[in-house]
Design a binder for this molecule. Structure first.
Ligand code: HEM
Length: 407
């Protein structure tokens, strides 16, 4: 454990490779801890389940960064270079409180209902089957490259009617923007991403279709319900949120099964458990560690801790989902357990718009993969596996598996 000059514990690189042990210790100390993140930002991290639900849904914890002032300047540790994340993508609903949040969310809510997503099942199955066909005959693949990444990005691109040819570039840009990268890398990725999104919007203006982006362009032009910055930001949010997370549901879920052969055997014996197994994967090793930033607009008390005004508050979804007060024996994977109330998709008005889609993709991908192949981790876990350097995303950077056709 490292401490800063001001005496706060600093989360280091080893935390990103194994956050659970640190969370367990922090939960025992209290529901909220004052910490410094690996990249040098001082924040309050909520680690227990009850307080996490409050912080995620209580308006005292604001997301209206347009009104916040320079909180990054205030909370970066001395000597840490500030890295700007391009503001061109920041005017989206995940950075807004009502009424702006309500206005933005209304525009897309209907497009992502569980019923609409269920109608996509045959197409999701088709894309999955094609990806699995490509794995046929190979004895080793990286599961992220072969399935976990291409499935959700293909689905979200089709849903939004976005050409797939820049899919790999897009993966690199969004990876750079969401994980620890240098300012130069961020600038370059942000400029390319901006040009890509602006071009996309222009093409929808010229040739509107029946897709969600065309509807959003219409909402900005004819009804004046979105300004240009909001339009670009919404496009960014839907595309990035639509794939950076689901890739980790598939990756972390499969890894969980390989680490727990008894649970894998149970699932193979009884496929009706698949839906609940996906919920357990989300609970025990969800795709997001710390939810997106919130801050105290004024002094706020949470779980007996007083947080002054203008402080960053981060909720660790990963930690809340392993709170033993809520989930007994939380580190034990049990695909039959009651998973209700997990916060992997957040809670309150910002609850994940894409949850029905992500659940469906996770179930189709993992179920179909198990139908076709016997799997194993290729190599020594400590050598083969590497987690992303990110406090936001909890997912593998590489995941080599060996496979053989199921007999
Ligand atoms: C919001 C998780 C997949 C779109 C959120 C939030 C979480 C989350 C935790 C709330 C963040 C916060 O309150 O700070 C996940 C996980 C996914 C996933 C774990 C996959 C397993 C998707 C997909 C889409 C999507 C496929 C596709 C459209 C969004 C949007 C928001 C959001 C638009 C913002 C909602 C708002 O502010 O009202 N997601 N997500 N997500 N997610 Fe997801």
């Amino acid at each position: 454990m490292q401490t800063t000059e001001a005496g706060f514990e600093k989360l280091g690189a080893e935390y990103l490779q194994d956050p659970h042990a640190v969370h367990e210790r922090l939960r025992e100390v209290g529901p909220v801890s004052e910490l410094v993140l690996p990249r040098g930002l001082k924040v309050w991290v909520v680690t227990r389940h009850e307080e996490a639900r409050i912080a995620l849904s209580d308006p005292r914890f604001s997301k209206n960064f347009a009104a916040a002032g320079d909180l990054f300047g205030k909370h970066l540790q001395p000597g840490v270079a500030r890295r700007e994340f391009d503001q061109s993508f920041a005017s989206h609903m995940l950075n807004m409180d009502p009424p702006d949040h309500t206005r933005m969310r209304k525009l897309v809510n209907k497009a992502f209902t569980a019923r609409r997503m269920e109608a996509l099942r045959p197409r999701i199955q088709e894309i999955t089957d094609r990806l699995l066909d490509e794995m046929e005959g190979r004895s080793e693949v990286d599961l992220l490259d072969a399935l976990a990444f291409p499935l959700p990005i293909t689905v979200i691109c089709e849903l939004l009617d976005v050409p797939l040819d820049q899919r790999d570039d897009f993966r690199i840009w969004s990876g750079t923007l969401l994980t620890d990268s240098t300012q130069e890398e961020i600038n370059e990725a942000a400029a390319s991403m901006y040009a890509f999104l602006a071009g996309l919007i222009q093409s929808k203006r010229e040739n509107p279709g029946d897709d969600i982006f065309s509807a959003l362009v219409h909402a900005s032009e004819d009804d004046d319900r979105l300004n240009e910055a909001e339009l670009i930001s919404m496009a960014f949010l839907l595309l990035v949120a639509g794939h950076e997370t689901t890739v980790n549901l598939i990756g972390n879920g499969v890894l969980g099964l390989l680490r727990n052969p008894d649970q894998l055997a149970l699932l193979l014996a009884d496929r009706s458990l698949l839906g609940n197994a996906v919920e357990e994967f989300l609970r025990i090793d969800g795709p997001i560690n710390m939810a997106t930033f919130r801050y105290t607009a004024e002094e706020a008390e949470l779980g007996g801790v007083t947080i002054p005004a203008e402080e960053f508050v981060l909720v660790s979804l990963l930690s809340a989902n392993r709170d033993p007060e809520k989930f007994p024996e939380p580190a034990k994977m049990d695909i039959t357990r009651a998973t209700g109330g997990h916060v992997a998709f957040g809670h309150g008005i910002h609850f994940c718009l894409g949850a029905p889609l992500a659940r469906l993709e996770g179930a189709v991908a993992i179920g179909s993969l198990l139908d076709r192949f016997d799997l194993d981790l290729a190599g020594e876990p400590s050598q083969a596996l590497k987690w992303k350097d990110s406090t936001l995303l909890h997912g593998l950077e590489r995941f080599p598996i060996s496979l053989s056709p199921r007999g």
